[in-house]
Design a protein around this ligand. Structure first.
Ligand code: ADP
Ligand code: MG
Length: 221
């Protein structure tokens, strides 16, 4: 019965997700159909093309993020240096950070810290978290990524000096499609959570409004 229960739980989570996806994709589709209709009837203003492009982009963004969830069967676990992996992610986001006067500082006390992981998935985790940190600091600031080893666990702390998350919103973070951003998908942290779970890790969030937010990811060495 316990396995049965677990299966039915899985089903309902999958069902919720499916309902969410359907809803999120139907909105841009409805807009696309509407503007397509207008354009067929001869009205082809330039802004219609812009709206079409942005709605199509939105669908693409949602599907790209969801694709990560569809891939865990193919995950390849290898021994990787987590500090150099984090440095690669920081380099990847450097251009986006500089545009809003943000520095990304990676501070590893030990340089030779290895974890067993799927490199692309773990990179995705920190891309998602650091991107959120950047987006939380429209006026610039520092994103500090600290790596520590505590016994058999590696702790990675990503701290920003951004707007913070009100206590009342904390519980909703990571729920599919929960976003406070105009162009957000609300899928980043759900995907992040799933990947961390796949790696037998854990994620914690601490935040203070107006001060900043710290995401702590704990992974087995
Ligand atoms: P998205 O970035 O598309 O909104 P996410 O799942 O990545 O989706 O994040 C969900 C929500 O969590 C964000 O919309 C934002 O409200 C909140 N959030 C996440 N990270 C931070 C952060 N570092 N600072 C403030 N709010 C954050
Ligand atoms: Mg995000």
């Amino acid at each position: 019965t316990q396995e049965l229960l677990r299966n039915s739980e899985k089903l309902s989570v999958a069902g919720q997700l499916a309902a969410g996806i359907a809803h999120e994709i139907r909105n841009p589709l409805t807009a696309i159909k509407g503007f397509h209709q207008l354009m067929r009837s001869g009205e082809a203003k330039k802004e219609y093309f812009d709206i079409l492009a942005s709605e199509l982009n939105r669908i693409e963004m949602i599907l790209t993020e969801l694709l990560v969830l569809a891939k865990p069967q193919q995950s390849r676990f290898e021994r990787k240096n987590i500090v150099s992996l984090l440095r690669q992610v920081a380099a990847l986001l450097e251009t986006q950070a500089i545009m809003t006067s943000i520095r990304i500082l990676v501070q590893g006390k030990e340089d030779a810290l290895y974890i067993l992981c799927d490199e692309n998935q773990i990179k995705q985790v920190f891309i998602n978290i650091i991107k959120n940190a950047i987006e939380a600091m429209p006026d610039g600031g520092d994103v500090t990524v600290g790596v520590d080893r505590i016994g058999e666990r590696v702790m990675i702390r990503v701290t920003d000096q951004g707007r913070g998350i009100p206590e009342s919103q904390l519980a909703r973070i990571g729920q599919p499609f929960y976003t406070t951003k105009e162009n957000g998908t609300g899928l980043g942290l759900m995907v992040t959570n799933k990947i961390v779970e796949n790696h037998n890790g854990a994620m914690r969030i601490e935040s203070q409004v107006g001060v900043g937010t710290t995401f702590t990811i704990e992974l087995p060495v």
